[in-house]
Design a protein around this ligand. Structure first.
Ligand SMILES: C[S@@+](CC[C@H](N)C(=O)[O-])C[C@H]1O[C@@H](n2cnc3c(N)ncnc32)[C@H](O)[C@@H]1O
Length: 722
């Protein structure tokens, strides 16, 4: 798993176009523009499947520029003929009419005309399906704020490129800012006509247009009692579009002070539920039930559902096994609340904010459970990042209240400072800066399998990973030897303590499974997240000399090279010849000797984990159980579980070794992983084979306990296979 597969860094600015800053003298004529555009549309109609997923134009952070934060009313309106290439026209705006149907690819490309009679090409990206502008209907009039003009391949081919969704505004036909020659006057006159048009659009399932029409209708009405039913209609459509902020506002605006308001509260409750505001949702359903004391079955059902969410938030009681059983490729979003009260956000000594324990926690305890803020059902690694990015943009446009959660996350270093206006409403829409969104995505997203439990099974296709945002979890800083471990069941992130944690202690997670060598893993942190890790393991290992580090690296690479062609387990494994085992054992001991005691006495020795695991498997295949014990104990020790006995004689251990204590008594610098569970299982098997039943049972129990930390909920260690 990874917080982000390969976070992007901001590279140097792209090469400058020789025309940059100039008004092009050679441009396509109006006729050429229309002709080429018509050909593109013809081609599109011939090749594209209607309603198929549209590609996403993912932002290149190297070319980042800020979204406009100005109102169109404060900008100087300029003609299309004044646009200069590779230029962000700060302080300027365009008002244009769309004079062609759109060509739909990663963006919507249309031909537009200004009131001076100039025409040009407009490409609008990053509009969600719920926005009319995702399709840019012919005839609509749009304002483009602080336009960016680019060359589009061929010498004389240029276009206005709108990356930030809030940089383009769909204007109402009666907006006084529209210059006279572009004005049509409203197509429909009365509120009644607009309402009927909204109803028709609704019946045709064109929900964005329905919202547009109901909005026009509301503008034309003055009397609240006449407005109320239109608000109710618009609330319903907004609910269908997942525009919960607007749905909630509409539902509340539809109240008229009568008992029929139960419907308004019911809709407001559903909208708040959609926003995961369960306590608020509960209070709206209660109002609805008060007004309609017979309680319609629907309200009662929704009320009971929200009560379950509130209880989960308060108690952290979940039936994870049932959640897991409910997962399927089409059903990955779990209906559950987040349990966060064992943690709080505070300043960290490591970086910015971090998460801290609000009460003492025992190893294995639930630290928190978080439902994804956003997680698209997209497990194809080639599409997962783009899917998350476009969902983040869409949700910020559709539900501006999400900005409070999402835009507070760390965006990494952008080439410009945040304006502070991101997320605020300008010209009726929230300012959404796609480069900030992408920065937040790369620094904060997690990769998640459908379930971690299944992901540990040897047969599972671990390439299938979705990407999601868990806003609370993102606030946790990284440590290579963390005190928590995360796992996933669908879009629920389960975080468990891997050792005892005191009240007030900072909580850490591993951003990625850590590389064995201190310099290699820190290069990854530096490139991906811009920090150098100062955890106990990294600080400890830095005390080792450069020369030692170099020698360890060489020994490790030689060992890995030797082992590469000699699988001791799984596909291609055969019984390994004794001579090979002896060589591996010797090379492993040489590598072991390169770990100086003064540095590694109680630190994990990660370079040794792989060869020791290899030896466990090789001896197990030969049923040499004493050796299995020896090397399994070494694996535990190499993960930093230094209370694992170093003397492998079972006779000495039977009385007083409780393997569960590895979790509680190893100190701060140990590393929990599924391999630890696997080693405990191997120990259990080997002790049993050697006749040490009691020890075997204890190891089995410790393995089950550890597996719960790894998977979030399951003790079924047999899932790990043979
Ligand atoms: C997902 S954020 C974590 C929350 C962050 N501390 C904040 O204030 O929003 C990731 C960023 O936190 C910082 N960070 C995380 N772990 C760190 C650590 N161990 N040492 C220093 N900085 C760390 C890095 O800047 C990283 O890019």
């Amino acid at each position: 798993m990874a917080v982000s597969a390969k976070p992007k860094t901001i590279s140097s600015a792209p090469q400058k176009n020789s025309l940059a800053g100039t008004i092009p003298t050679k441009k396509l004529t109006k006729e050429q523009l229309f002709k080429i555009h018509a050909e593109h549309i013809k081609q599109q109609n011939a090749t594209q499947t209607p309603n198929g997923p549209r590609p996403v134009k993912q932002p290149n952070l190297a070319e980042a520029y800020p979204a406009s934060t100005k109102s169109i009313r404060d900008l100087e309106i300029i003609p299309l003929s004044d646009l200069s290439v590779e230029t962000h026209h700060r302080g300027k705006g365009l008002i244009v009419k769309v004079v062609s149907p759109p060509y739909l690819g990663a963006g919507a490309v249309s031909i537009v005309e200004d009131h001076w009679g100039n025409v040009d090409k407009l490409a609008i990206y990053n509009q969600g399906d719920s926005a009319i502008l995702s399709g840019v209907p012919e005839g609509c009039i749009v304002a483009i704020k602080e336009p960016y003009y680019v060359q589009n391949g061929a010498d004389n081919d240029f276009m206005i490129c709108v990356d930030h969704p809030s940089d383009v505004i769909l204007l109402r036909f009666i907006d006084s800012i529209i210059p006279e020659p572009l004005r049509l006057g409203p197509l429909l006159k009365s509120a009644g006509e607009w309402t009927t048009a909204g109803d028709q659009a609704f019946l045709q399932r064109d929900f964005p247009t329905a919202v547009f029409c109901y909005t026009e209708a509301l503008e034309g009405l003055e009397d609240h009692s006449a407005k109320a039913p239109v608000y109710t209609k618009r609330a319903g459509v907004n609910l269908l579009l997942g525009r919960y902020d607007a749905a909630k506002a509409d539902a509340l605006a539809s109240r008229i002070g009568a008992s029929t308001d139960w419907k308004a509260y019911y809709n407001a409750g559903r909208a708040a539920y959609g926003l995961c505001e369960y306590a608020t949702s509960k209070s709206y359903f209660e109002e609805a039930l008060k007004l309609n004391d017979k309680g319609t079955a629907n309200v009662q059902k929704e009320y009971e559902r929200v009560l379950a969410r509130v209880e989960e938030e308060e108690t952290g009681n979940y039936d994870f096994a049932a959640m897991h059983a409910s997962l399927s490729p089409t059903s990955v979003h779990i209906d559950a609340g987040s349990f966060l009260r064992n943690t709080r956000v505070a300043d960290s000594g490591f970086h910015g904010r971090g998460l801290f324990a609000t009460r003492p926690l025992k190893a294995g305890d639930l630290v928190y459970v978080e439902k994804a803020t956003l997680m698209p059902n997209q497990y194809d690694p080639a599409r997962a990042s783009a899917a998350l990015y476009s969902l983040m943009v869409r949700q910020l446009c559709d539900n501006p209240s999400l900005a409070d959660t999402m835009l507070k996350l760390y965006p990494g270093q952008l080439p410009y400072d945040l304006t502070g206006a991101e997320g605020s409403m300008v010209d009726g829409v929230p300012v959404v800066d796609v480069f900030v969104v992408e920065g937040i995505r790369t620094k904060n997203c997690f990769s998640s399998p459908l379930s971690t439990y299944d992901d540990t099974k040897p047969t599972y296709n671990s390439v299938c990973m979705a990407k999601g945002l868990w806003a609370h979890s993102s606030l946790m800083n990284h440590s290579c030897v963390p005190n928590t471990m995360r796992s996933f069941v669908g879009d629920m992130l389960i975080c468990r303590a891997t050792r005892d944690v005191q009240e007030g202690e900072e909580l850490f997670q591993q951003y990625v499974p850590v590389k064995t060598l201190v310099d290699v893993r820190n290069k990854e942190f530096e490139e991906g997240w811009g920090f150098e890790c100062r955890c106990g393991l990294c600080e400890g290992e830095r005390k080792s000399s450069e020369e030692r580090l170099k020698k360890r690296k060489e020994a490790m690479l030689a060992l890995e090279k030797f082992l590469d062609k000699k699988p001791s387990t799984g596909k291609g494994a055969t019984i390994v010849p004794d001579a090979t085992i002896r060589t591996v054992d010797k090379m492993m001991r040489q590598l072991e000797d390169l770990h100086e005691t003064e540095v590694y006495e109680s630190l994990p020795r990660l370079t040794l984990v792989y060869p020791c695991n290899w030896l466990v498997d090789a001896y197990r295949a030969k049923k040499q159980w004493a050796k299995v014990v020896k090397y399994s104990l070494k694996v535990l020790r190499n993960f930093g579980f230094n209370t694992a006995p170093r003397d492998e004689d079972p006779a000495k251990l039977t009385a007083d070794w409780d393997p569960r204590e590895i979790y509680t008594r190893s100190g701060e610098v140990s590393l929990m992983a599924v391999h630890v569970v696997a080693s405990l299982r191997r120990l259990a098997e080997a002790y049993a084979a050697l006749g040490h039943k009691e020890l075997a049972e204890r190891c089995g129990e410790a393995a089950k306990f550890g597996y719960t930390m790894v998977t979030g909920f399951s003790e079924d260690v047999d899932a790990l296979g043979q």
